[in-house]
Design a protein around this ligand. Structure first.
Ligand code: PEP
Length: 252
């Protein structure tokens, strides 16, 4: 059984001014504990270059929160994978539930975005997860299965190994309601098993699956130490250096 390197990724969403984001990056760098985890922060597009410049030369990597499915051209307001890459980012989050729900991003569109990101050598953090009604109806496994099948399973085995999956139950995002360790482990094991069935055991054992949804300094240890949880995608708690640092420590 191979050891998967843990990842703690902070999704800043549409928060923080430029100076606030730079200051937060400064404090995270100054207080970074000794860790074997990879640490990622995802500022807004407009701050990617500045925050990338700040963390250059450290172990912290930068992610964008979205990217266009197009190469370039007349797409006012859009940001291409090439632009993201050239700003110093290394990762891109694709398929966050806020993109799926508020911007009506379909599995089909997300596959196009992922392919574009891969073409420009960005590593993808692909978000999946069921909403409350789907969980209450007992459809959560089917929903997650479809999000894997319609998107991830169109990629080569290597591209899937290189993709980070973030399981984020929508009912837990920003609600203060976290999945229990049992719910998280059950779904992460299901995702890994589904990947094993589609590809093989090597791919399933190598792929990293993050948990996201109201993860904070109080509950991080109980989730991040689960056997099939390889780290966390952190929203609200990534906006304060103290809580983000505590979560990084909990991943050790
Ligand atoms: C997220 O949006 O990816 C997330 C996990 O948010 P929060 O931690 O605030 O629930």
């Amino acid at each position: 059984m191979q050891m998967r390197k843990k990842i703690i990724a902070g999704n800043w969403k549409m928060n923080l001014s430029l100076s606030e984001g730079e200051k937060l990056a400064d404090v995270i760098m100054a207080e970074m504990p000794a860790t074997t985890a990879e640490v990622i922060i995802a500022p807004s597009f407009i701050h990617l270059a500045n925050v990338s410049a700040k963390v250059r030369g450290t172990s912290i990597k930068i992610a964008a929160q979205n990217c266009s499915q197009h190469n370039a051209g007349a797409y006012t307001g859009e940001v291409s994978a090439e632009m993201i890459k050239s700003s110093g980012a290394y990762y891109v989050i694709i398929g966050h539930s806020e993109r799926r729900v508020y911007f009506k991003e379909s599995n089909e569109l997300l596959l196009q975005k992922i392919n574009k990101a891969i073409e420009y050598k960005l590593k993808v953090i692909y978000c999946i997860g069921e909403n409350l009604a789907q969980r209450e109806a007992g459809n959560h496994f089917d929903i997650v299965h479809e999000q894997l099948k319609a998107v991830l399973f169109n990629l080569s085995a290597q591209a899937t190994v290189d993709t980070i999956i973030a399981y984020e139950p929508v009912w837990a995002i920003g609600t203060g309601k976290t999945a229990t360790p049992e719910q998280a482990q059950e779904m992460h094991a299901y995702i890994r098993d589904t990947i094993k069935t589609h590809y093989n055991a090597d791919v399933a054992n190598a792929v990293r699956i993050l948990y996201g949804g109201s993860c904070n300094e109080q509950n991080a240890a109980s989730i991040l130490t689960l056997p099939d949880v390889d780290g966390g995608l952190i929203g609200g708690a990534s906006l304060k250096a103290e809580s983000f640092i505590s979560i990084i420590k909990a991943a050790n």
